[in-house]
Design a protein around this ligand. Structure first.
Ligand code: SF4
Length: 560
């Protein structure tokens, strides 16, 4: 098949030529000898071509590189208009063609490559915690006790911290990337597509350093003051102010194709500033694999969450897809799978009409299903859904045919191991004798909510979901977040440390509080929570921070 090669620069601008009448025309190379970066087969000017992309530097004066948006309104030849029409559906791939199935946009850095100094240096107290650093150092050095919780003995109060809590590698990556970008491009406008991670303190700190947010975590557009924009044509929307050479960082959750294409059309470089977590990308690769085998993607996730939206949008480019939120919805879907004819259609439309890909046909598209997860959900709930749908598929098609109708990977789910490790460590820590549990993290953080759920099962109203020490009012009251299905958390004032557990007079019976942090919770906030609670106890009943750090050092240096 003949080939054509189109050239783009790093800002996703297409190379074109201009004739004497100032009309833009195509600038394609026919049958280049050394093509790489295959885009797709296209049909253009009555011919089928294999279309390839070449990436070029755009600093030569005779070459013309124009953004898609500029070309759309420019005077151009029919050939260029036709070419743009056939290329437009593939725009999303332009930046990422050099990556194959085994590559990731941004692999986790190993410990030596980490650059945590970039955000700890000159940072507010949110990132700094000697206590948490010591605990994490013990975890790294002491294989035998690396999964045991650690007790911080402050005398009248003790804190039990699971072996694993707080920042995951994906979040560390994203934070490093954001602070590095601010440091490396002091003269450019730097935007985040939406919240970098679900932690308001991290997002505010970046904001103070000049980084602006294009939209909220729900995808609502913002202006330069962070105010919501009602009308997308409003010139004050930051989206409408983006200029070539501006930088837009894509957060760890990834981004929808719609947002990425909007950026590409405006000439914003993508892959250099894409902090999508490689574990989210791994789910997208799984989707590609099972879609190519004809399976419909069933995403178990919160439909309003950025990651689920990005995964759904990704899945659409490979085949039909559907989102289910929980076991209740899985059960309704089970009824749809088992139903026939008009009942099937009616039931499907009633419950899933706005959660599925356009043109979804339940008669055909539910015959072969593959379940993937939002990475940060609770494992038990995920397994319950997978097991339930396995039973439904077996009932419908028989055990012998199950694998033809249900795609199963070896691990069983696509949950992120970092989230999993935090959950497992928390469950282990819960076996200690405890009075209270505090779960610290952004109130819109899915993985933090999962940790809270684990604690709430054990402690009921003595488990509290907080964002920081500011939620703790006194020894008597605490502001606890109620996570809602819509993603908008409400706040409730609760009793904190009950009178009967305040054994201040008896140093042998301290108040014992479990503290853990979600994957987007900086260590400094955990330490601030500890300091605030310590402040409620008489000084003479407390051991000093130095003593507690010495305890940790002794564990680190022990023979264990
Ligand atoms: S929680 Fe997991 S998937 Fe999400 S950013 Fe962290 S490592 Fe990545």
């Amino acid at each position: 098949m003949p080939t054509i090669t189109l050239s783009f620069d790093s800002n996703n601008r297409l190379k074109v030529i201009k004739d004497t009448a100032n009309t833009y025309d195509t600038c394609v190379i026919y049958d280049a000898p050394d093509n790489e970066n295959f885009l797709d087969k296209i049909h253009w000017q009555n011919t089928d071509y294999d279309c390839f992309i070449a990436y070029e530097e755009s600093d030569t004066t005779q070459d013309l590189y124009l953004t898609w948006e500029a070309l759309e309104s420019a005077k151009k030849t029919q050939a260029l208009s036709d070419l743009m029409l056939v290329i437009e559906p593939h725009l999303i791939n332009i930046s990422y063609l050099k990556f194959n199935q085994r590559d990731y946009i941004y692999r986790f850095r190993n410990t030596k490559e980490r650059n945590s100094q970039i955000y700890q240096k000159n940072a507010t107290a949110i990132y700094q915690s000697q206590l948490c650093s010591s605990i994490k150092s013990i975890r790294r050095l002491k294989e035998k006790i690396s999964n045991d919780p650690i007790t911080l003995n402050f005398g009248a109060v003790e804190y039990i911290l699971p072996s694993h809590f707080g920042f995951c590698l994906g979040v560390q990556n994203a934070i490093e990337r954001a602070y590095e970008t601010i440091a490396n491009y002091p003269d450019q406008n730097i935007y985040m597509l939406s919240e970098l991670i679900h932690n308001p303190f991290v997002n505010n700190d970046l904001n103070k350093r000049g980084l602006k947010y294009l939209q909220t975590d729900k995808g609502q557009w913002l202006d330069a003051d962070g105010e919501l924009i009602g009308d997308m044509s409003d010139a004050s929307a930051l989206w409408n102010q983006l200029k070539l050479k501006d930088i837009v960082i894509i957060p760890a959750f990834g981004a929808t194709h719609e947002d990425k294409i909007r950026l590409i059309m405006k000439g914003i470089a993508l892959k250099e500033f894409d902090a999508t977590c490689m574990l989210v990308e791994k789910v997208w690769k799984a989707i590609k694999t099972h879609s190519e085998e004809g399976f419909t993607t069933l995403i178990h996730g919160k439909y309003y969450h950025e990651e689920t939206k990005a995964t759904f949008s990704n899945a659409l480019s490979y085949g039909p897809a559907l989102i289910i939120a929980d076991i209740e919805e899985a059960k309704i879907l089970g009824s749809v799978i088992l139903a026939d004819g008009a009942d099937k259609l009616k039931l499907f439309e009633k419950h899933f009409a706005n959660r599925c890909s356009p043109g979804f046909n339940p008669e055909i598209d539910l015959e072969k299903i593959a379940i993937v997860n939002q990475t940060t959900l609770l494992r038990n709930l995920t397994i319950e859904i997978i097991n339930y749908l396995r039973e439904i598929i077996t009932e419908k098609y028989g055990e012998a045919n199950r694998r033809k109708h249900l795609w199963e990977n070896e691990k069983g789910d696509t949950l992120c191991y970092a989230t999993q490790v935090n959950q497992d460590a928390l469950i282990k820590a819960l076996s200690a004798d405890l009075d209270q549990a505090l779960v610290v993290g952004g109130k819109n953080s899915s993985n933090t909510y999962q940790l809270y759920q684990i604690c709430a099962k054990e402690f009921g109203e003595n488990a509290h979901y907080i964002q920081s020490e500011a939620n703790i009012q006194s020894m008597d009251t605490i502001h606890h977040y109620i996570y809602s299905k819509s993603g908008n958390a409400n706040e409730e004032t609760r009793d904190f440390i009950p009178q009967d557990t305040r054994k201040v007079e008896d140093m042998n019976k301290p108040v014992r509080i479990l503290i853990t942090g979600g994957a987007s919770c900086p260590d400094g906030i955990i330490q601030q929570v500890i300091s605030k609670i310590n402040g409620f106890f008489p000084k003479e009943k407390l051991r000093s921070m130095e003593d507690v750090l010495n305890d940790l050092k002794a564990i680190e240096e022990s023979e264990v």
